[in-house]
Design a protein around this ligand. Structure first.
Ligand code: 5RP
Length: 230
């Protein structure tokens, strides 16, 4: 089973948890895309749900699929969110933000009764920060100073913060900010690093998600595997 098929089976498995009347958080990325297609088909078959998207790109796909959308202002509590991840460790801690949607994803995760993470098996990692740089969303003002502060805060461990897209064409997030991709030598204490980075002026949010995922659904060449309750 190739990676694309692994993504698809994980995402479609997650949609089996969606019931009529639920408010569903809609994550971002190429794995969640398959969940959006499946949810769209379920809606066209009569399933009544309301989706709350984590990005402009997801809003677009969900709208094309005919999934009714709303906001956290109307529904402050979300029943289930389906989202992807860039790296997952054995404790279900995550690195997210490869798709630059980490701020809205963390807000939606925080408002969710249940967070289902869907990944292919390449995302599973022994130590976070060893296979994917940590995305950190920062405001544009004074970004060079924020970059220096980020490099400093990492102390002994290797951390090199690079502006996503480069200085000529920096990526601008849905919130009008920049992303610094921080190359670590492994993040041994994700809970501490998550708090530490968010304490730097200029940092809006970082892509470490600790103790937030209830279930990780992993598509593997031999089928579905789970971490956490299912
Ligand atoms: C977006 C994310 C995505 O969920 C993450 O990047 C995984 O994406 P994909 O399923 O395309 O690998 O965090 O900000």
């Amino acid at each position: 089973m190739n990676t694309e098929t692994q993504k698809k089976i994980a995402a479609e498995k997650a949609t089996e948890k969606i019931r009529a009347g639920m408010v569903v958080g809609l994550g971002t990325g190429s794995t969640v895309y398959y969940a959006l297609l499946k949810l769209g088909a379920m809606v066209r078959d009569g399933l009544k749900i309301v989706g709350i998207p984590t990005s402009v790109s997801t809003e677009k796909v969900a709208t094309e699929q005919g999934i009714p959308l709303s906001t956290l202002a109307v529904y402050p509590t979300i029943d289930v969110t389906i989202d992807g991840a860039d790296e997952v460790d054995a404790h279900r801690n995550l690195i997210k933000g490869g798709g630059a949607a980490l701020v809205r994803e963390k807000i939606i995760a925080n408002a969710s009764k249940r967070l289902l993470i869907v990944v292919d098996e390449s995302k599973v990692s022994r130590v976070l920060g060893t296979s994917f740089p940590l995305p950190v969303e920062i405001v544009q003002f004074g970004w060079e100073a924020t970059q220096k502060a980020l490099n400093r805060v990492c102390g002994q461990s290797l951390c090199e913060a690079k502006l996503r897209g480069g200085i000529q064409h920096p990526l601008i997030t849905d919130n009008g900010n920049y992303i610094l991709d921080c190359h670590f030598d492994g993040i041994a204490e994700p809970e501490q690093v998550e708090l530490q980075l968010n304490n730097i002026p200029g940092v809006v949010e970082n892509g470490i998600f600790v103790n937030r995922a209830d279930t990780v659904i992993i598509g593997t060449p031999s089928g579905i595997q789970y971490m956490g309750a299912h």
